[in-house]
Design a binder for this molecule. Structure first.
Ligand SMILES: Nc1nc2c(ncn2[C@@H]2O[C@H](COP(=O)(O)OP(=O)(O)OP(=O)(O)O)[C@@H](O)[C@H]2O)c(=O)[nH]1
Ligand SMILES: [Mg+2]
Length: 653
């Protein structure tokens, strides 16, 4: 049975060390390496060894009991959380590692919430119980209080294979059918085990174990529990389908696509379908690789449940489904900062762009973008450490000396009321017309597309093409030229010409329609916010609350204890980015702050940002809201105000 498991946690909780221990116990590796000795099996990149942190989610394969496990170790640093989230797409089971000393930390909560969104059954492992100051019982209580009341300590069960009465009572509380068995004292040890496994697999119970990954305590018990509680049912008989979860390039620049087989079998030289509906293409698989850390072996075929990589695919991207399935996965974590790419001759823009497009494929959250008006190259980032690592990657992998400007807030724009827009593109020998309706979308959903066009108006192919143009890249808002987000775009209708419509015409018409709609819309500027949790001494409470107000944040009523207070709330990233340092100095290191991304909210200083960005909406070379019409063989431009009167299809007002 193939099972994919992933290790997730706050930075430094011990994921890579835990992975090392699992690999050692299953005799996958002969010697135990250590992160701090720079020889951990899964922190094999130079950058990872030098820093002692995981940057890339790498995988290993191990056998235990009746199962073959694919193990994914993920980075715990927030700056690399996009890499962590990509791994979630293929997990059957997740293990959250929590340090017995540090307990539940900011990123632990983020990881936990993501796992619930993705619906992945989750184990807890309280690690580092060997360290002084370790308090696993307290940490278990914290997990129950802060993450879920459905966490069950299964330590005794993992040792003996039998549940005690407290555990049985606990399960019976959650499953009425078990109540009778519990009260009557019936049911064999095996029946209770089956129930535990079922409740775990359906996400109703989160089993918890404890130990020390470094000193090899509790690893055997964990492996035993894992094998007993997990199962998968992948069907190799069905037609092949897979999910892309990672893209890499080898030294020659060959694209390596990492996949999980969800069903069926894939062989070398098979043709594999990918792409959005209406735009499906196929490519031939030229090789299959089975990776273990950085090393791989070639394979001729793979079947349902396996994790592997292929060569031959040049376009399928992370998150995409290939084969008979085609529903892309939506991502939750988005960067809130952007940075300018700085380089000097002899480096050419063309070369730099080529490299950044490779990096973009590996990490789509980068969203590399050339700003024609400013003549600047921008990327989106999660934080400063990510920029430092990127600099190093560019130097080591591509021999390019590139620096980055200081990270700035990545603003976004949206609309606050529905609006319709139209675009027409008809220079001589071309023809396309598009009518769109834009509505405010759900916060955090990004731009979505709905097709409400009648098949009599436009072929399905053209309709899909318009959808693709709406989604193919970020579009700019009018206020600051920042990316447009949280807008639902509906295709109302459109027109084509059976002789004159050619490739690219619908892109022109779609972009013009979007822009024409925005000209009439109520546009709003959004900024990223943090959700914070601050712990301070009571004497500092007043000062901290005043600081939060000053920073344009808001807070819930503080929870006060005998000596300390806990304050939670929401505050703009722009005003709170460096508050951690301030808090540490004013509380003499005793106060603590946990920040996690809280998505986007209306900007607290819209006018100021608009003035500073100084974006000229009428001079953006990438966008125009005007339309092009044709009369007597002559093309002419019509402003967005006038354009609706000239459209060939009737315009909904
Ligand atoms: N005492 C003790 N130290 C541990 C234990 N597990 C890990 N460590 C140490 O904690 C540090 C971090 O361990 P890693 O395994 O790199 O942690 P990680 O979760 O993979 O960290 P990132 O990948 O950077 O998020 C290293 O110095 C480990 O040696 C443990 O059980 N006991
Ligand atoms: Mg690690």
């Amino acid at each position: 049975m193939y099972k994919t498991i992933g290790l997730l946690a706050h930075v430094d909780a011990g994921k890579t060390t835990f992975a090392e221990a699992l690999l050692y116990h299953t005799q996958t590796i002969r010697n135990r390496g250590r992160v701090d000795h720079r020889d951990a099996f899964l922190d094999s990149h130079e950058i990872e060894k030098a820093r002692g942190i995981t940057v890339f989610a790498d995988q290993a394969e191990m056998k235990y009991g009746e199962s073959t496990y694919f193990l994914l170790d993920t980075p715990g640093h927030v700056d690399f959380s996009a890499e962590m989230e990509r791994a979630l797409q293929v997990l059957d089971y997740a293990i959250i590692i929590v340090s017995a000393v540090e307990g539940v930390e900011g990123h632990t909560e983020t990881v936990w919430e993501l796992l619930r969104t993705y619906g992945i059954p989750t184990f807890f492992f309280i690690n580092k119980i060997d360290r002084t100051g370790a308090d696993p019982d307290q940490v278990l209580q914290d997990i129950s209080r802060e993450l879920s009341g459905d966490v069950l300590d299964v330590s005794s069960w993992a040792e003996s294979g039998r549940m005690d009465d407290t555990q049985k009572a606990w399960l019976a509380e959650r499953e009425e059918a078990l109540l009778e068995a519990f009260l009557e004292g019936s049911g064999t040890a095996e029946t209770w085990n089956v129930h535990l496994a079922r409740l775990f697999q359906s996400g109703q119970v989160y089993p918890c174990l404890r130990g020390s990954a470094l000193l090899d305590i509790g690893i055997d018990a964990f492996l035993g529990a894992l094998e007993r509680l997990t199962r998968t049912a992948y069907d190799p008989q069905l037609p092949f389908a897979g999910r892309v979860y990672k893209i890499r390039h080898d030294e020659q620049g060959t694209r390596i696509t990492f996949l999980k087989a969800l069903q069926g079998t894939l062989k070398v030289r098979d043709e594999l379908a990918f792409g959005l509906e209406g735009d499906r293409r196929t490519e031939k698989i030229t090789g299959i690789r089975k990776y273990n850390g950085q090393r791989f072996v070639q394979a001729d075929s793979v079947t349902a449940g396996e994790l592997f990589a292929v060569t031959g695919l040049t376009e399928a991207h992370s998150g995409e489904a290939v084969g008979v399935l085609h529903d892309p996965i939506r991502r939750e974590l988005v960067p809130t900062l952007q940075s300018k790419v700085l380089f000097e001759p002899p480096l050419h823009l063309k070369e730099v762009l080529r490299v950044f497009h490779l990096l973009d494929a590996e990490d789509p959250t980068l969203g590399t973008r050339w700003d024609e008006a400013l003549q600047e190259l921008h990327i989106h980032v999660m934080g400063k450490i990510q920029l430092e690592i990127l600099e190093q990657v560019l130097l080591e992998r591509f021999r390019m000396k590139i620096a980055f400007g200081p990270p700035e807030i990545l603003y976004k724009e949206t609309i606050t009321a529905p609006v319709v827009g139209c675009g027409h593109f008809e220079p001589l020998g071309h023809y396309a017309e598009v009518h769109l309706r834009l509505e405010p979308g759900e916060r955090g959903r990004g731009v979505t597309f709905v097709n409400a066009c009648h098949a009599d108006d436009l072929t399905v192919g053209y309709q899909n093409l318009i959808g693709q143009h709406v989604l193919e890249q970020e579009h700019r808002g009018l206020l600051t030229g920042s990316p447009l987000t949280d807008v639902r775009v509906t295709l109302r209708t459109g027109r084509s010409h059976n002789k004159h419509t050619s490739g690219g015409d619908f892109r022109e018409a779609t972009y013009r329609a979007l822009r024409q709609a925005l000209e009439q819309a109520e546009n709003a500027l959004l900024e990223p916010v943090y959700q914070f949790k601050i712990k301070v001494g009571l004497d500092q409470l007043g000062k901290v609350l005043a600081d939060i107000q000053q920073a344009h944040g808001r807070f819930d009523p503080p929870e006060t204890g005998a000596e300390t207070a806990i304050i939670t709330g929401v505050v703009p990233v722009a005003t709170f980015m460096d508050y951690g340092v301030e808090l540490a100095s004013m509380s003499h290191g005793k106060g603590s702050i946990m920040l996690k991304s809280g998505g986007y909210e209306p900007c607290h200083q819209t006018d100021k940002v608009i003035a500073r960005k100084n974006y000229n909406k009428d001079a953006d070379p990438a966008y125009t809201s005007s339309s092009i019409f044709c009369a007597k063989g002559q093309a002419y431009s019509v402003s967005w105000e006038e354009a609706p009167n000239k459209m060939h299809a009737s315009v909904e007002r």
